[in-house]
Write a protein that binds this ligand. Structure first.
Ligand code: NI
Length: 170
């Protein structure tokens, strides 16, 4: 088990467009396991590779309620192939400390990817799972949920965050 340090806003790795994964080798299998460990330890319901400093198209997700058996999902090169409906949900992010905001997203998505072993997988997400998939996939494009809220709210958060970092209170 390895819990990795989580990069936080405004670390530049969080705004980078991530690279495709060609082959799921042992190093990437290890990375995905470490990311799951990191996500569960946080705790969080999803984590994308740039959040641990790697600009790779890899996300891990588990939206299962804490009192149920974990259902870890590892997705390499995920892409949305279908989306419909609209839902507003109050989001947060392990890379955006002390802040949440309402974000509008699709209510249902279908994602194609490679799983932890590099096999093709199709995932259908509704509700929280749909939101989580879209939030994590955004990370791979260098986008945070901050980029989906009003410019005013975003700039207020940025100011607060800069002060926080200056105080050394990260
Ligand atoms: Ni996030």
């Amino acid at each position: 088990m390895a819990v990795l340090p989580i990069k936080t806003f405004p670390d530049p790795v969080l705004s980078r467009v991530c690279r495709q994964v060609n082959e799921v080798d042992d190093d990437l299998k290890q990375l995905s396991q470490d990311m799951l460990d990191t996500m569960y330890a946080a705790p969080g319901v999803g984590l994308a590779a740039p959040q641990v400093g790697r600009d790779l198209r890899l996300v891990v997700i588990d939206c299962t309620p804490r009192d149920q058996e974990p259902q870890p999902l590892v997705l390499f090169n995920p892409r949305i192939v279908e989306m419909e409906g609209q839902v507003v949900f109050e989001e947060g992010c392990l890379s955006v400390p002390d802040f949440t905001s309402d974000v509008t997203r699709a209510e249902r998505v279908v994602v194609k990817a490679m799983d932890a072993e590099g096999r093709p997988i199709t995932v259908e997400g509704n509700g929280l799972m749909a939101i989580c998939l879209q939030h994590e996939l955004d990370h791979l494009e260098g986008r945070l949920f901050l980029d989906r809220i009003s410019p005013l709210k975003r700039s207020l958060y940025k100011k607060r965050r800069v002060k926080q970092i200056k105080r050394g209170d990260e």
